[in-house]
Design a protein around this ligand. Structure first.
Ligand SMILES: Nc1ncnc2c1ncn2[C@@H]1O[C@H](COP(=O)(O)OP(=O)(O)OP(=O)(O)O)[C@@H](O)[C@H]1O
Length: 258
């Protein structure tokens, strides 16, 4: 059985009296691309933010690489954070920095890197994210939405992470751009031995990339499994999502892993 890099157990998250998650369990296995889906507002982004320690849970445990995220502080916490990269929705780039400088931000935490080495490493990640050489000196405002997402991905890869968190990477992309991004995710997973936590609404992405899917509903992970297993789940939202017209269109494109 493969090792779990992330283990969430009995998670409760809430804002005031608004309970977002209650009794949520989730695993991310080493080497897999896990798609996290659910209706709008079911707490996919909050779950991502909670796992990376940006949102303290009200109850439950979040273990990443076997360590309790909420219990670590200082240097131990920073060391853990260096083992993952996050691509937030919209890229979350610094608008006053060029693409290269944005990717250099996480590298500044690495002691002993000369400015030239840091710039070289950043340029390598920009290239791995599929951006042309001349993108390095551009500002986020000079880039298309798809290029901004690739720049956000390059920054997430800056420290050679073991886990990458992607929040709706294909949202807002045209179908060709989204297709290319899906392929890039799989290529990078294979090339860099990544494990990927991927929040998405995009059924094409689930078909093209994901080894397993976790469905958020009723404040928890209602079901986890392969796409084939999702088709057999007898729950109204899950059935509608995986059998609706968009699901049929995604299957018809023939990009399915299976
Ligand atoms: N900082 C916050 N303060 C208060 N409520 C919040 C905060 N962040 C998120 N929420 C609420 O938590 C719920 C889940 O939000 P979240 O963004 O995780 O949903 P989502 O499943 O990612 O939605 P979508 O698919 O629309 O992006 C929403 O009702 C949202 O309003």
């Amino acid at each position: 059985m493969s090792e779990n890099l992330i283990e969430v157990r009995g998670l409760r998250t809430q804002f005031g009296s608004h309970v977002v998650h209650d009794g949520l369990d989730l695993d991310l296995r080493r080497g897999e691309i896990l798609g996290v889906v659910g209706g709008s507002g079911t707490g996919k982004s909050v779950l991502l933010r909670t796992i990376v320690g940006l949102n303290p849970p009200a109850a439950g445990t979040v273990r990443v690489f076997g360590q309790d995220v909420t219990a670590l502080h200082g240097a131990a916490r920073e060391a853990l954070e260096r083992r993952w990269g996050v691509m937030f929705q919209g890229g979350a780039l610094f608008s006053s920095l060029t693409v290269r400088e944005n990717v250099e931000v996480p590298l500044r935490a690495v002691p002993g890197l000369s400015p030239e080495t840091r710039a070289g490493l950043a340029e390598l990640k920009v290239s791995m994210a599929g951006l042309p050489w001349n993108a390095n000196d551009k500002y986020p405002s000079d880039l298309s939405g798809g290029m901004r997402k690739r720049a956000g991905l390059a920054r997430a890869l800056a420290l050679d992470p073991e886990i990458v968190f992607l929040d709706e990477p294909t949202a807002g992309l045209d179908p060709i751009g989204a297709d290319a991004f899906d392929r890039l995710i799989v290529e990078l997973r294979d090339a860099m031995d990544l494990s990927v936590f991927l929040v998405t609404h995009d059924l094409d992405t689930l078909h093209a990339c994901c080894d397993r899917v976790a469905v958020l509903a009723e404040k928890r992970v209602l079901v986890t499994g392969t796409m084939a297993e999702m088709l057999k789940v007898d729950h109204p939202w899950v059935h509608e999502y995986f059998h609706g017209p968009r699901a049929r269109a995604a299957i018809a494109t023939g990009r399915s892993k299976e």
